[in-house]
Ligand binder design. Structure first.
Ligand SMILES: [Mn+2]
Length: 260
C-alpha cells in the first residue's frame, strides 16, 4: 500500500472574496492534535499513528504552479497525498500532478459551487475555475459533484460541455447518491456543508449538507482512494474553532478510508 502524506497547502491568492485560507493548514493540525478527541475513526482505524501515514509539513509556495511541481515531487516518491488547503484553486495543479503518476481516476467533488467557470474576474486559475481546467484537459475520467446549490446559466453550460455528473443539493435531498467504479480522488470543499455546520468558510451558501451526510458519503466509498484534498477553511470566519475541528474529523475519516 502506498503511504499517505498529509501535506499543508498554505495558499489563498486565488480566492475571489475573502482571504485567510492560507492560515488553515496550521489551524487544522492544531485541532487534530488538540487533545479534545482521540485519533480513531468511526470505522475503527487510527490513521494518524498508522505506519503508512506521515505528516510531511507544508509546501513552500511563491507562485501558483509551485503547487504542481512540489506535489509531483511527493507523488514521485510513491506516496499518496491528503492535502489540506488553501483555496480551491489548488486542486487543479494537484490533479495535474496526479495525472502524471496515477492511472485513470474519477473525482468526487463535495462543494456548494461547481467551480466550473471558464474564467472568473479575468483569471483562468481562480478558485471558481479549477474543474473547468481539469475537465478541458481530460485529466479525470468522470467528475461527480455533490452538494451543489449555486449554479448559474454559464456553469450549467459548462456542466453539459464537460458531461459533469452533478447531484444538485435538492436532488441529493431527494435521495440521489453517487456510485463509483474507478479509483477516486476526493476534493472536499468545506462550503459543501451547510454554514450551520461549517461557518469557517469564505462563501456561506445556506441549504447544504450535514456533517453526518458527508461522513456517510466518505464512509460508503467502495473503490481505492488515490488522493484527497480538504479546502477553503477560513479561520477568520470560524466560531470557537468549530470548523477547524470539523476539518480535522473529516481528515481523519478520509485518511482512515485511504489506509484501510
Ligand atoms: Mn465552494
Amino acid at each position: 500500500m502506498k503511504k499517505v502524506a498529509l501535506v499543508g497547502v498554505p495558499w489563498d491568492k486565488k480566492g475571489s472574496y475573502l482571504g485567510g485560507q492560507a492560515l488553515a493548514p496550521a489551524r487544522i493540525r492544531e485541532a487534530l492534535h488538540c487533545g479534545s478527541a482521540n485519533y480513531w475513526t468511526e470505522l475503527n482505524v487510527n490513521p494518524i499513528e498508522h505506519k503508512d501515514f506521515e505528516d510531511i509539513g507544508d509546501l513552500n509556495l511563491k507562485k501558483y504552479f509551485d503547487i504542481e511541481k512540489q506535489m509531483a515531487l511527493i507523488l514521485s516518491k510513491n506516496m499518496r497525498t491528503l492535502a489540506i488547503g488553501g483555496d480551491h484553486s489548488m486542486t487543479y495543479p494537484i490533479i495535474k500532478a496526479h495525472y502524471q503518476f496515477s492511472g485513470e481516476f474519477d473525482i468526487l467533488q463535495i462543494d456548494a459551487h461547481g467551480d466550473l467557470y471558464d474564467e472568473f474576474e479575468g483569471d483562468k486559475f481562480s478558485h471558481a475555475c479549477p474543474f473547468a481546467r481539469i475537465m478541458e484537459q481530460n485529466l479525470a475520467s468522470r467528475l461527480i459533484q455533490v452538494g451543489i446549490r449555486a449554479i448559474n446559466p454559464h456553469q450549467r453550460e459548462q456542466m453539459e460541455r464537460f458531461k459533469v455528473e452533478t447531484i444538485e443539493m435538492h436532488q441529493f435531498d431527494a435521495g440521489q447518491r453517487p456510485t463509483f467504479d474507478k479509483p477516486l480522488y476526493i476534493s472536499l470543499d468545506l462550503d459543501g456543508l451547510d454554514p450551520a455546520y461549517a461557518p469557517g468558510v469564505s462563501h456561506h451558501e445556506p441549504g447544504g449538507l450535514t456533517t453526518r451526510e458527508v461522513l456517510r458519503l466518505i464512509q460508503s466509498i467502495n473503490v481505492p482512494i488515490i488522493g484527497a484534498d480538504i479546502v477553503e477553511y477560513n479561520p477568520h470566519r470560524d466560531n470557537s474553532d468549530m470548523t477547524a475541528m470539523l476539518a480535522a474529523k473529516l481528515l481523519k475519516e478520509i485518511a482512515g478510508k485511504m489506509l484501510s
